[in-house]
Design a protein around this ligand. Structure first.
Ligand code: ATP
Length: 306
């Protein structure tokens, strides 16, 4: 019986983890049932080898009939570049990331990864190529080693440790009496927000992805921890194509491409210096943030602390 309960428990935990990590899973599951086209096409191929080049070509998308959420989204990210999505709440930043992960298919245009329309490749191969670092990391009631290894089923202990080292988590784990066998979660060791973020980073590193999607935390971490996590992420992602859903402009200054979204459209696009010179929405958001130090929130300058 216990053997049965454990997997069931895992499933429940996994469901909660997924739900938190990429918004509305319930709606997503509904959508998958209703729209069977979000699945592998007959003859779908493996994503061909590549270094994570991304192109959105005139992409249009709406969640419901007649409601356009994204329109004319057009941008290209060369392999290894960092692209940041900024803009007010509801502008469509997360939706862009969800489309790249192929939670939904666009109604217009196409999304190309390493030269292939992502509708023509198997979902398994697309998703194996992309690692998501979510806003909040949910831990399973299991060992810390299991929680990291979850990033890539079948990973060996040495690989798990290497990922933990990259995420600057290894020394912390090694100092625990039970090391990687330490139980975490509701019934085990409670990890701090920063430690949990590092578990998320280790999971992502273990995947050795072509593309990182970072869903920046809107709050939760104190600023010193936040800075340490950001530095760690920057180091881990360097050289790998990275798409950041940014809520703070301070973390996008070094992005190769900043896409400024408003009302589902890209209203500006360029690097930090170019966008500041332009004196448009980005420059306004930047000024507002500078005037309210400490908040760093992009969302219409409102001091939110969700
Ligand atoms: P935030 O900064 O608040 O996270 P965002 O820029 O990431 O916002 P999205 O989450 O992409 O914005 O949402 C864009 C629009 O699509 C919003 O109007 C939102 O209400 C709507 N939307 C998002 N998810 C769904 C969904 N599953 N079903 C219907 N509408 C949705």
């Amino acid at each position: 019986m216990l053997q049965l309960i454990r997997p069931m428990e895992r499933l429940g935990q996994l469901y909660r983890a997924l739900k938190q990590s990429f918004a509305d899973l319930e709606q997503l599951l509904q959508l998958l049932e209703e729209t069977p086209e979000v699945g592998d096409r007959p003859g779908a191929v493996e994503l061909p080898p590549g270094r994570g080049a991304i192109a959105f070509e005139h992409v249009g998308f709406g969640y419901g009939k007649g409601r356009g959420t994204l329109e004319e989204i057009d941008f290209a990210v060369p392999p290894g570049a960092k692209v940041a999505l900024v803009g007010p709440t509801g502008a469509g930043k997360s939706t862009v990331a969800r489309l790249l992960f192929r939670f939904y298919d666009p109604q217009a245009g196409r999304i190309v990864v390493d030269g292939r329309d992502i509708r023509d490749v198997t979902q398994a191969s697309l998703r194996a190529a992309i690692a998501v670092v979510p806003q909040d990391t949910v831990l399973f009631n299991d060992t810390i080693g299991y929680n990291i290894g979850f990033g890539r089923p079948g990973a060996g202990q040495a690989e798990i440790e290497a990922a933990a080292r990259a995420a600057e988590l290894h020394d912390f784990i090694a100092a625990l009496p039970d090391g990687y066998a330490t139980l975490v979660g509701e019934r085990g060791l409670k990890l701090s927000g920063g430690e949990k973020q590092r578990v998320a980073i280790a999971r992502a590193v273990l995947k050795n992805p072509r593309i990182f999607i970072l869903d920046e935390a809107t709050s939760a971490l104190d600023s010193a921890t936040e800075k340490a996590v950001q530095e760690n992420l920057a180091r881990v992602c360097r050289g790998t194509t990275t798409l950041v859903i940014a809520h703070r402009l301070s973390t996008v200054v070094d992005a190769d491409i900043i896409l400024v979204l408003e009302g589902g459209r890209i209203v500006e696009q360029g690097d930090h210096a170019t966008l500041l010179r332009r004196g448009g929405l980005y420059a306004t958001l930047w000024r507002r943030q500078a005037e309210t130090p400490g908040t760093g929130e992009v969302d219409e300058g409102v001091e939110t602390n969700e």
